[in-house]
Design a protein around this ligand. Structure first.
Ligand code: NDP
Length: 332
């Protein structure tokens, strides 16, 4: 098995030298185990936090050991009756082309006609669920709400904008880091308006685009975006604090909101969440997203990097914004 390991804890932006690629011999299967050929593996922003020392809400990656992360593949060998050869399985043994272990760590999923299995790592998986939980169960989106989503052209962001619209938002606006992405937001993803945060201060652009203000903010970025959202949140507004990617590779103190007082005077609710506490909502989510995908009411993009040996490059491209929608590694 070809596997990618972390060998140094990066300071600031990770580099290729912080990783190594190794060939690992896999032992014969013990009872109730499977061997899986991965088809797609996921790279995600949260992985940057796990490269640091010290426990956050999940423990750090161990130095000198193979990285882990979301993956989907097919069982090629099995000693578990529950996981026959040929089954499609979702699991956490990414960053490698062949995964092996106890069957209980591999969840068998159904192949949905017309939907590629890679969707289980994005729009139909934890990414889509993150958008759904943040909007519906953290920010308590109501029909008629006006919504702002940052990081809007990414995996969570493209899902959040569409779910907000389908759940009755009156207006959804988004921000992203290039003119091409901004065009996609309004032309493909149904955003009413969008802006490029690199072109002018977020505060100025959001204030001019937000009109009468917003009721819900879905935060993927933190920093200047959160500050700008606090300016325009209307009384009673709610924010789901989902991510703060503008801070993940920062070595200096990052700019933060200077208007936290608005939380008090406008009775705003900002609630953070980690998806791990909400995975019980997966059936509720799939019951909605499955039909939305099948009918074309929800669309999604994947940005694909070929070859497990290019996993680090895929991760770095993700952090730089080279992706639209979900960034994935296609293993073979
Ligand atoms: P994305 O597909 O959104 O990829 C990351 C994107 O972040 C890039 O495409 C880039 O787009 C943007 N970005 C990078 N740097 C900056 C910056 N300085 N300012 C603004 N945007 C930037 O990743 P995901 O959809 O997987 O994740 C989105 C967010 O959700 C992340 O913050 C992640 O940590 C969080 N998350 C939280 C979860 C939870 O349980 N709370 C679960 C899953 C994700 P651009 O070109 O627009 O800059």
């Amino acid at each position: 098995s070809t596997q990618i390991q972390l060998i140094n804890r990066p300071v600031g932006w990770p580099t290729q030298d912080d990783f190594r690629t190794v060939a690992v011999d896999l032992p014969d299967l013990a009872p109730d185990q499977v061997r899986v050929v991965n088809e797609y593996t996921s790279v995600d922003p949260y992985m940057r936090g796990r490269m640091n020392e010290g426990e956050s809400y999940i423990p750090p990656f161990a130095l000198g050991e193979t990285m882990t992360g979301g993956a989907i593949g097919r069982v090629v060998e099995s000693t578990a009756a529950t996981h026959p050869v040929g089954s499609v399985v979702m699991h956490e043994l990414g960053w490698r082309d062949v995964a092996q272990g106890d069957a209980s760590a591999f969840r068998v999923v159904e192949e949905i006609p017309g939907v590629p299995i890679s969707a289980y790592l994005g729009i139909l998986g934890l990414t889509g669920l993150t958008a759904y939980v943040g909007l519906m169960h953290i920010a308590h989106l109501k029909p008629g709400d006006s919504v702002f989503v940052s990081g809007a052209a990414g995996a969570v962001g493209t899902a959040a904008g569409q779910i907000a619209r389908l759940e009755g938002a009156s207006r959804v606006i988004g921000s992203a880091g290039s003119a091409e992405k901004v065009a996609l937001l309004t032309e493909k993803y149904g955003y009413a308006a969008a802006f490029d945060y690199k072109q002018a201060p977020v505060r100025e652009q959001l204030a001019s685009i937000a009109g009468e203000g917003i009721d819900v903010y879905f935060d993927n970025v933190g920093g200047d975006h959160l500050e700008a959202a606090l300016d325009v949140l209307r009384p009673g507004g709610r924010a789901a604090i989902c991510g703060a990617i503008s801070m993940y590779n920062a070595t200096d103190r990052t700019p933060g909101p200077d208007n936290m007082g608005n939380i008090i005077v406008r009775s705003l609710t900002l609630q953070g969440f980690t998806l791990g506490n909400y995975t019980h909502l997966f059936p509720e989510f799939v019951a909605k997203m499955g039909p939305w995908l099948a009918s074309g009411e929800v669309v999604h993009d994947e940005t694909i990097v070929d070859g497990i040996e290019n996993s680090v490059d895929a991760f770095l491209q993700l952090m730089r914004g080279a992706n639209v929608g979900k960034m994935l590694v296609r293993v073979s």
